[in-house]
Design a protein. Sequence first.
Length: 595
Amino acid sequence: MRIHLLPPQLSNQIAAGEVVERPASVVKELLENSLDAGATSVGVEVMQGGAGLIRVRDDGQGIHHDDLALALSRHATSKIATTDDLGRIATLGFRGEALPSIASVARLSITSRQRGADQAWTLQGDDGAPAPAAHQPGTTVEVRDLFYNIPARRKFLRTEKTEFSHIETVFRRIALSRYGVEFTLTHNGRTVHRLKPAADPARRIERVAAICGQAFASHLLEIECETTGLRLWGWIGLPTFSRSQADLQFFFVNGRVIRDRLVGYAVRQAYQDVLFHGRHPVYALYLEMPAEQVDVNVHPTKHEVRFRDSRAVRDFLFSAIHQSLAETRPGDIQADNVPVAPAPAVEPRMARNAPMGHPPQQAPMPLRVREQAAQAYGRFFDLAREPATAVEEGADRDAAADQPLGQALAQIHGVYILAENAAGLVLVDMHAAHERIVYERMKETHRQGGIKRQPLLVPVSLQVSRQEADLAEGRRAFFSELGFDIERLSPETLVVRSVPALLCEGDVESLVRDVIADMATHGDSRRIEEKINEVLATMACHGSVRANRRLTIPEMNALLRDMEKTERSGQCNHGRPTWVSFSLEELDQLFLRGQ
């Protein structure tokens, strides 16, 4: 077959495949156009999961009647004009592809009236001329019979329920990106969401609760951090309020919903030390930065972005989230926000004399590492048996009313501490809590003393690719700071001569390969730090008070005070909660008081 030009209709339909994947894609593009038009109220009406009808109405600035026909022409837009504009895009749309792509695979009509204009105009499809119409200031776009002219695409649509679920997901994400805009979503005549403008913080939390659920909104930590050119604000979930899947993760860059591997990596690393294994954190985070520092012209769907300085963004995100989690103390969490253990996180019951909180699948610590650890950190085992500060038995409880975890009352089955605070009752897992306290002390001492090296009697040789060898050689100083001495013997051979003392019994080759892979993918790696922390966590577990150890009231109070001062004390080293509380109202409900 000879080379020939495709007919315009066919080329438009092929191009539409990059923009219009399903009804949810249409809703996304039309909602973004409404927000770019400055709308303060947007309504979405859907029939038959979007396959029958999608109608989006807004009160934006409207379209000039002379531009209605041009709006359906490919690469026609009012949002950019020059090449320089691509480097500082401040709108959600800019390609001029959405409306013509939709019009090529559905029956589309536009009715619009500019603000201040006397008359509205309507255009049916891309044929004919605009005609006068009745319409309030703003724009309404109707999309009917999606994929009517492409039967192969239409038959691949899922059930009405599934397609509407995708539409609702898009709607929720965009509603979280613009708190000052009123949003309405109806399906088959039934109102599913009606979200009023949320101008103040309390209303914003109400919108978060309406979109993500009350449980999500009740287990959030507010975050706000700013550095040169970067500002992060929003909410992150308490570590113990996690999910089995990553379905409650919302991230926005300059108001644009994105899904980015770099962001996901930074968040996972920030939660690494507090999240139960196999669980996913929840968050709604907003990153603001100069438009010229982020490239949104990466993919037609505009879900992906490219940061000019990805390492700076990643480090900023990690630092902000990690610090917020570290600074959380029991007093920062209201009684009704205390997390409870997620149902999937329940582990098999262990013997009462076993160190509770130790993951059953974790391999025992090598004897040599244990001996070195005991010698280097032996004093912490003493601290584990002698709580730091004791409150005199019989101390006035009213004088300690400002203590979030309150005053100890008793010990239950040698496992839990029962305490009373100003709000009600507190229950503490004494081993899990002390494990976190000892662990944080060990990490701090390790940071202050630096990483001790252990020369290898037999150096470990690795065969790698030339690119991996180049990367390892270029980041030799990085490895050295973490206790590794790595040299390049040949274009594709590395040799490891020393390792951190705490990791000398580990799989050195696999660890180095994993670190190189991390740096190739993300530009950095915290894998070595994680491995060292795993050893310290095991030591802390063995050095903490055991179940069935009888504590005195002063010892129990000392543990509570240490928890109030310790970073991340709401979770043990394995991500499980260390304490829960019950308000007086909750206790009254248990006993039907006042009913």
